[in-house]
Design a protein around this ligand. Structure first.
Ligand code: CA
Length: 428
């Protein structure tokens, strides 16, 4: 396990509760006024423009330039040695005892931009998006509500990380507004379905990892090597239409209920930054099959996660859920190994969702479906009002951070506002 060098400080003034300490250095794609999108690292309240450092010769990597681009795929594809060199160089440039950037006001003026003054963009081109279902508490809650409390988990659940292939085309960046989807609903069991705006719009509190190294078709990634293939993590709100889902999902799984918006946070926190916050998965019983066991197979991370709802015009948001990544039953290494075990190709930039992350207590459930228990227990909001699902005008904000020994490595947030459904004229 990596240790934290607490003597490492930046010449920049960084608040103790900032997500973006010198120990973090997450990558994103930003544009400033009149500028084209390029790569940056979040540090305190600033973005450090990596294309400026690269141009100035302060951040040179073989095979570059990598950072004057509108996606991070080329840099990620350059390999772990370059990730390590870039991280070490950027950390050194931002440290209090390095003069290169600290004492060069011209370079600082070009390379440091306030986060408040930039627009963030999708950080990677996402060739494929897969969503897992790896929280035992979430799967148990959903199984209890919709099937059978005595057999809430299906027999395959503890044998494999269950997942499905989603739509990469609707992976969107935080801040994108989400139009309430319409589709087929079936409110009455003995009548035909209707076409209607979704009435049970939900968030799903998730994280996702980004594949940093591909395999070859036909060649699975072993669980011992899986961590070599993971670049970093983001927060994910995997918006879901529960009523569309309920009618459509048998027998082939989620389809339109999950294809309209999978919203990610803009900063990719690297696995290097998260290593000091390692923990292990909950006990896996029964012992998984051999291909899911091995060194690093059950590595997890202590990451605090929360969801807030901010209704239109409200003065303050209400925290409706607080949970932690460490509750996940299956690890990211096991998910990636299982995903490729048949020989499936994964590519640089592929996004792998954790599945909704619920904890053991009712205030740690990662969706409205669970928090309001299938609309039977409305959740109270500050300033009045209740929610069973998400309403038009609501903004849903998911935040996450790891913290230990006074060192904080955070994700910032993913935030999305719901707009009313389109006005279809062809409904029945
Ligand atoms: Ca999901």
């Amino acid at each position: 396990m990596s240790t934290i060098d607490k003597n490492l400080t930046s010449f920049l003034d960084i608040a103790a509760d900032s997500d973006f300490s010198i120990h973090n250095l997450p990558y994103g794609i930003f544009s400033a006024k009149d500028g084209s999108p390029r790569a940056g690292v979040a540090i305190g309240e600033h973005v450090l423009d990596l294309s400026v450092l690269e141009e100035a010769g302060a951040l040179t990597l073989d095979g570059g330039p990598y950072f004057n681009q509108d996606k991070l795929n080329a840099f990620i594809d350059s390999g772990r040695d370059k990730w390590t060199k870039a991280r070490e160089t950027i950390q050194q440039l931002l440290s209090a005892d390095c003069a290169t950037l600290r004492d060069d006001q011209d370079l600082q003026a070009k390379a440091l931009v306030k986060q408040a003054d930039v627009t963030m963009h999708l950080p990677v081109r996402v060739p494929g998006y897969t969503d897992f279902y790896s929280s035992e508490e979430h799967a148990t809650n959903v199984g209890t509500m919709f099937r059978d409390p005595a057999n809430a988990l299906l027999p395959n659940w503890k044998e494999m990380p269950v997942g499905y292939n989603g739509r990469a085309s609707t992976v969107i960046i935080s801040g994108t507004e989400v139009v309430r989807p319409s589709g087929q609903l079936k409110p009455k069991a003995d009548e035909r379905p209707i076409f209607s705006p979704c009435k049970r719009l939900d968030f799903e509190l998730e994280t996702a990892f980004i594949v940093g190294k591909p395999n070859q078709i036909g060649r699975p990634i072993s669980v011992d090597n899986a961590w070599e293939h993971i670049f970093g993590m983001v927060l994910l709100n995997d918006w879901s239409a529960r009523d569309i889902q309920k009618w459509e999902y048998v027998p082939l799984g989620p389809f339109n209920a999950k294809t309209f918006a999978s919203e990610v946070s803009p900063w990719i926190v690297t696995m290097d930054a998260l290593m000091p916050f390692q923990t292990t998965c909950p006990t896996q019983d029964p012992q998984p099959l051999a291909y899911l066991r091995g060194e690093g197979a059950e590595v997890s991370f202590d990451i605090n996660l929360s969801t807030e709802i901010l209704p239109e015009g409200a003065d303050e948001a209400t925290v409706v859920c607080e949970t932690n990544f460490k509750y996940m039953y299956w690890s990211m290494a096991q998910q990636l190994t299982h995903h490729t075990i048949t020989g499936c190709l994964v590519e640089v930039g592929d996004l792998m969702g954790s599945g909704t992350i619920s904890g053991p207590t009712p205030d740690s459930f990662g969706s409205m479906l669970e928090l309001a228990w299938n609309a039977t227990k409305p959740v109270e909001l500050k300033g009045g009002g209740t929610r069973t699902f998400i309403e038009d005008g609501d903004t849903v904000i998911i935040k996450g951070y790891a913290e230990k020994d006074g060192v904080r490595v955070g994700f910032g947030e993913v935030s999305g506002k719901v707009l009313p459904a389109l006005d279809f004229n062809f409904s029945e």
